[in-house]
Design a protein around this ligand. Structure first.
Ligand code: UD1
Length: 419
């Protein structure tokens, strides 16, 4: 499953270019099945999750290839409604095919996505929204069969602004006659990116980025020309490099990040003592000293502090002055990196969903095990700030979501090799 061998302690310096957003790319790739046509999706990160998404498209009868950051997709020959295999074997986030598959085929067969390394991933909100639009949901053993023969528009109020549910309902509602409104929708920048892509395809959607999204169904979409679209940059990758600069007393210039998507992360590291400035396409972050502990940080849906940055923030607070508190409210089981950080000399205590980080003077190298994507990035940050050698095992989790991570770190002067 691969390892990173890291000799920590180097101060890093240089420019890192941020790739396209994983969390935008995946739903946009899935939504290409809405309508059989050709697509060129640009600025797509070269990561394992994208490769798996393309494999799923091929499994569904479409053609899909990747070259130099571009995906070339043709979905005219989609030939199945069954996404259960893709869900159980390829990629749990392939639940995002449910909405567009139902919109295109009026039928979709899925398995429950089940648990994963950061806790269970229920789909009750996805199904709630689809049912409100007239979808019939029947459980058959481990499978769920959804049919969309008698659909109607509706107002849908989500009990929680789930990113996945918002995307699935938005995508399905495009096939439903009349106007559908999603209230308490997720407001993440990736939802806005999906809306921009859909508008480029000719659909009528607005409101993404606010908590009410309005979708006007258009059954007779007849735009057949190739759609070209470029994905936004990855705010979580940018945040990860900010956490790295803070942890390793480094000077990193982050290119191509959208600072508006990073405002709470920038504020947090400024409060912790880092110097941060932005000029045009660049965010400069300089940290000369040990950072200060932070007041309680609570992970919340956007524009709150992202759950996808919780682990990297924690890694950067291991060596700090004082005691920091982090509360994880989005996922129930997202502290699997804590034991590994403690193995490296950190002093973190977890009480339910609250992590108490007692800043220490230094970390030391060890052999640590990655359990999930962002936890893996956190262990790499900790290893680069530690004294001595660290072996980070099971890095396939990291390669799911970070493009050329080791290479980008090497370019900044890190002593890291991928094995
Ligand atoms: C979540 C994150 C997203 C992140 C992604 C990958 C939030 C709100 N969502 O999106 O920012 O990029 O993981 O790490 O920060 N839930 C239900 N029922 C459902 C759907 C979700 O109870 O039908 C619960 C989940 O168990 C979880 C919470 O809602 O506790 C957030 O889930 P959701 O936003 O749907 O997750 P993702 O779309 O994976």
């Amino acid at each position: 499953m691969g390892s990173f061998i890291i000799n920590g302690g180097n101060k890093l310096e240089g420019i890192v270019e941020i790739s396209g957003s994983k969390n935008s790319a995946l739903p946009i790739l899935a939504s290409t099945i809405l309508h059989g046509r050709e697509y060129i999706i640009k600025n797509v990160p070269d990561i394992d999750d994208v490769r798996r998404m393309l494999e799923i498209l091929i499994l569904l009868g479409c053609s899909a290839s990747y070259e130099n950051g571009c995906c070339y997709i043709n979905t005219k020959n989609l030939n199945t409604y069954d996404i259960s295999d893709a869900l159980s074997k390829k990629l749990r986030s392939s639940i995002i095919f449910l909405g567009p598959m139902l919109a295109r085929n009026k039928m979709a067969k899925i398995t429950y996505p089940g648990g994963c390394d950061i806790g269970s991933r229920p789909i009750d909100l996805h199904l709630y929204g689809l049912k409100k639009l007239g979808v019939d949901v029947v459980e058959e053993g481990e499978f769920v069969l959804c049919t969309a023969d008698n659909t109607h528009n509706s107002d849908i109020r989500l009990g929680y602004p789930s990113v996945g549910a918002t995307e699935n309902i938005m995508l399905f509602a495009l096939s439903v006659e009349g106007t559908t409104k999603i209230f308490n929708a997720a407001k993440e920048p990736e939802i806005l990116d999906l809306q921009k892509f859909l508008v480029k395809c000719g659909y009528k959607v607005h409101g993404a980025g606010t908590d009410t999204i309005t979708i006007s169904g258009d059954k007779d979409i007849s735009h057949d020309e190739t759609v070209e679209y470029s994905i936004i940059s990855d705010r979580i990758e940018a945040g990860t490099f900010m956490a790295l600069a803070a942890a390793t007393n480094s000077k990193i210039c982050i290119k191509n990040a959208d600072k508006d998507h990073l405002s709470n992360i920038i504020k947090l590291y400024k409060d912790a003592g880092c110097l941060i400035d932005d000029v045009e396409d660049y965010i400069y972050i300089i940290n000369n000293d040990r950072i200060k502990a932070v007041n309680k940080v609570v992970s919340r849906p956007y524009p709150g502090f992202p759950t996808d940055m919780q682990a990297q923030l924690m890694a950067s607070l291991c060596i700090s002055d004082g005691i920091s508190f982090i509360e994880e409210t989005v996922f129930e089981n997202r502290y699997k990196h804590v034991n590994e950080l403690n193995k490296m000399g950190a002093n973190i205590v977890v009480q339910d969903n609250l992590a108490i980080i007692n800043g220490v003077n230094k970390l030391h190298g060890d052999t640590v095990n990655v359990r999930d994507l962002r936890g893996g990035a956190a262990l790499v940050i900790a290893a680069l700030s530690a004294e001595g050698k660290t072996v980070v095992d099971n890095i396939h989790h990291v390669n799911r979501g970070y493009e050329k991570f080791a290479f980008k770190l090497q370019e900044l002067g890190a002593d890291i090799i991928e094995n």
